[in-house]
Ligand binder design. Structure first.
Ligand code: IDC
Length: 402
């Protein structure tokens, strides 16, 4: 009798334990459902989908110190920018895989051609930002990645206006710092992703580059100091000299700014603007800057305004041996607005493709103007779909797939 009682007591205890554990499991299931099917606190490692592998993880040995102003910018923006840690960890890493920079390495100029590190001709295709002061939001790594992976963009041009409202030379010190931080963020994203990047001293209403020559020397000195040894950084020392600025003035400016860059960065590609809003490449072809390697000259066009005449100018200067980079173009009229002229745009693309000439389209913005890449109703900053693109933007994505 005694042992039977004991037996019944044990069965009772076991039954209570069983009931308790069923209750716990049921409660957990409800909790998981409330959390959208996943209860992070109760899941143990190994449950659920594997975390994504870190893309292009840097070799720690290759990391370099981040410039103090980048750190300050990153700290300020930590709450808004979830990529800040990636950016810090990957700064100046060498990405592996099939990226533009992995394919071509340090670019060179051979005769009138842009070439890869081995001397094979290279044609880069890319997009220019609008003014960084006004449309800074497109400088983010998710979008740069989309440009590289979905759109086959090799190069991003960072357009930093020097004059105009909040230009580098016309705004206050805080603005100058903000612009430098944006340039540095853009270069970091491009570097992490193995893309080329153009640092563009975007003169425009300041028609003659001699006007802010001292500021330019200071700026490019800092950039070259920071980016010496980067294979992907290209310097564009003056966007578009205009309003009668002579080639002699541009040359004398170039002859002061280039040595400042070369003192730190002996072989990065340097782009030089030409007279009349970077159209008179014939003047540069007749009298190029001498004494330095890896220089190129820019021609800019807007296809609804500039047609056969300017195409002939480009072809003749190129045939004369001038290395030309079309660092900015649109298929609208020269104001950056008006009709989108696909037919003339296609003629320009054919010409540049036949000659292997590199190009960047204007521009990454959602401004209500036809050269803007995005519709003005689109407020995204990454993850764009075809519906978000302007007419010119949609045309260009087709061009990039040709
Ligand atoms: C235009 C912009 C426009 C802006 C204007 C002045 O599209 O939104 O108001 O500059 O800042 C260039 C220049 C480029 C111009 C573009 C279109 O390099 O800055 O952008 N353009 O006018 N050269 C020829 C055309």
């Amino acid at each position: 009798m005694q042992s039977n009682k004991k037996y019944i007591v044990w069965i009772g205890i076991l039954a209570v334990l069983l009931a308790l554990s069923v209750g716990v499991i049921a409660g957990m299931t409800v909790q998981q459902k409330m959390n959208g099917g996943e209860n992070r606190d109760t899941l143990v490692e190994g449950d659920g989908p594997a975390p994504p592998a870190p893309a292009e993880a840097p070799d720690p040995a290759e990391r370099e110190e981040i410039a103090p102003e980048d750190q300050a910018y990153n700290q300020e923006n930590t709450q808004n920018d979830t990529n800040v840690n990636d950016q810090q960890n990957n700064t100046n890493s060498t990405p592996s895989g099939d990226t533009p920079v992995a394919r071509y390495g340090a670019l060179q100029v051979k005769g009138n051609r842009l070439t890869d590190q081995y001397g094979n001709q290279v044609q880069l295709k890319g997009i220019s930002t609008h003014g960084l002061s006004w449309f800074p939001q497109y400088v983010n790594e998710a979008f740069f990645r989309q440009m590289r992976d979905e759109w086959q963009v090799d190069v991003v041009r960072l357009a930093m206006y020097t004059a105009e409202y909040n230009g580098y030379c016309t705004g206050d010190e805080g603005n100058k710092q903000t612009l430098k931080n944006l340039v540095s963020e853009g270069v970091n994203h491009a570097t992490n992703l193995g893309m080329y990047v153009i640092i563009d001293w975007h003169i425009l209403s300041d028609s003659n580059p001699l006007q802010y020559k001292e500021e330019a020397k200071q700026f490019f000195g800092e950039m070259a100091e920071r980016y010496q040894g980067y294979d992907n950084v290209i310097y564009e020392i003056c966007n578009e000299p205009n309003s009668g600025t002579s080639w002699q003035d541009i040359k004398s400016y170039a002859n002061e700014v280039i040595p400042v860059i070369r003192a730190k960065d002996p072989d990065a590609i340097i782009l030089i603007g030409t007279p009349n809003w970077s159209q008179f490449v014939n003047e540069a072809a007749a009298d190029p800057v001498t004494g330095y390697d890896n220089l190129m000259y820019t021609l800019h066009f807007y296809a609804d305004t500039h047609r056969d005449d300017l195409r002939n100018t480009l072809q003749n200067a190129y045939n004369q041996g001038l290395p030309i980079f079309v660092s900015e173009f649109g298929i609208t009229d020269a104001s950056g607005n008006g009709a989108v002229n696909r037919d003339e745009g296609n003629k320009w693309i054919d010409l540049m493709d036949q000659n292997g000439i590199s190009y960047c389209i204007w521009s990454l913005s959602n401004k209500d103007e036809s050269s803007a890449f995005f519709k003005s109703s689109c407020n995204k900053t990454s993850g764009f779909t075809n519906e978000d693109l302007s007419d010119q933007g949609a045309w260009y994505l087709d061009v990039l797939k040709r």
